[in-house]
Design a protein around this ligand. Sequence first.
Ligand code: ATP
Ligand code: MG
Length: 432
Amino acid sequence: MNYQRPKGTADILPGESEKWQFVEETARLIFRDYQFQEIRTPIFEHFETISRSVGDTTDIVSKEMYDFYDKGDRHVTLRPENTAPIVRAFVENKLFGPEYAKPYKVFYTGPMFRYERPQKGRLRQFHQIGVEAFGSSNPATDVETMAMALDFFKQLGIQQIRLVINSLGDKETRKNYRQALIDYLEPHLEELSADSKRRLHENPLRVLDSKDPKDKQFVAEAPSILEFLTPASQKHFDDVLKMLDALEIPYEIDSNMVRGLDYYTDTIFEIMSDAKGMGAQSTICAGGRYDGLVEELGGPETPGFGFAMGIERVLMTLAMEEIVIPAINELDAYVVAIDDGTNLEALKLVQAVRNFGFSADRDFMHRKPKAQFKSADKLGAKLVLTIGEEELLKGVVKVKSMATSKEQEFRLEEVYEDFPEIYDEMTTKMFD
Ligand code: ATP
Ligand code: MG
């Protein structure tokens, strides 16, 4: 029997996990500058929470849910995305109350689950970093949140990206557009894919999101939703564009862009990577405004704006753009233990060094001193503490600075009582 990970999942091993940490830490730093705070919600939710928010006719709900009945016969699902769960938490914890900041701004990072056909950049367990801002309908919220996503990519060193935006307008916009789209598509009904045939009357906007080449030719000629914006939605969209211009943020308008989730209103956007090799998985960040969603889940009328980016796709982009992630290769002290009799003292030494707040490692494999020094070097150790039976008898340890090659003997008690002093003395560079 071969035990294998489930299809569409990945093991993130040391060597790779450092890259994840770098991406996540960069996000945390940028998000802090914009005053977003971290939120953590469960990785499974009631099926209804998701289906109600994301929409029954979306691919996510109709095909991709990892849902099941638990032992208490509750219909639950692994979360396929995190906006719906956060809106649920926002309502349930009454985060709209007067004691909370407005807009209420949160970010998250974690695994999401969709039953998809796995391919490069498309997994069944994938990971997103995302943000949500509740309570502001100011177009400046749309713009600064998109700017934050772009800042994040810039900070990572990613260059070949494009901001694509569109507006889905308000309820009235979509009602009018819906009819226009049905009128346009109906004569072609027989030529559409099976999915699109079904969706035409259920949710015609979904047809625009079809990846089927048959549908795409009709979608290309479809009427533009931008022709149907109500005056209020038109003003919001114009303001967003004006503000992007004022910040000198380049963008493209794609009036055929809809998103794979039904809750969006007004501004929607995607950040695409133009790096070679991204293939069909070139959307690295996507989001927009969802002004009705909080009400939909039982909360007071509250506008919202957010985005999510796929960490796997961000890492793919970093690789495609050949961006080198700074290696964290630092160790304060490595203990070289010579002779079997020093095993216990080596254990005490690394523990003492660590208890002073320094990082330390040692040899466990009884290797020759030369091999141990090689490890110290590879690990980027600043100091090497060598102890053999001879040193042990004398109650001393040799301390060597790897940068200067200076070596000096210290009494073991000195290490145990005041390692930081030895560390300072040995790592301060001498000038001659
Ligand atoms: P796509 O059109 O590529 O299927 P989507 O519209 O379903 O994406 P969203 O639900 O908006 O994507 O999710 C936001 C981001 O999360 C995407 O832009 C992408 O970077 C990432 N993402 C979505 N699904 C997956 C997946 N199965 N594997 C890896 N990343 C994903
Ligand atoms: Mg998808």
